[in-house]
Design a protein around this ligand. Structure first.
Ligand SMILES: [Zn+2]
Length: 75
């Protein structure tokens, strides 16, 4: 099964969980992969490396969709 299939299922009400809870989905730049600290109050990810700027949740969603298959599972 491809991860994209799992991700599609997620949109039909099944939850996709990260197996690796330390996968830094909200701290990783979805564009260049740079990892940086984020405060919980930060609503927008501003990459210190490539200046990519994106709403935190959207950035995290992209990272989860790009995460290695072994790091996610259906809940
Ligand atoms: Zn970046």
């Amino acid at each position: 099964m491809q991860f994209s299939d799992i991700y599609k299922q997620a949109h039909f009400g099944t939850k996709v969980e990260l197996v690796d809870r330390w996968y830094p989905s909200s701290k990783t730049c979805s564009k260049c992969g740079h990892v940086q600290d984020m405060k919980l109050s930060d609503r927008v990810f501003n990459c210190q490396k490539c200046n990519h700027s994106q709403v935190r949740d959207e950035n995290a969603a992209i990272n989860i969709s790009n995460a290695p298959l072994e790091k996610v599972r259906l809940a």
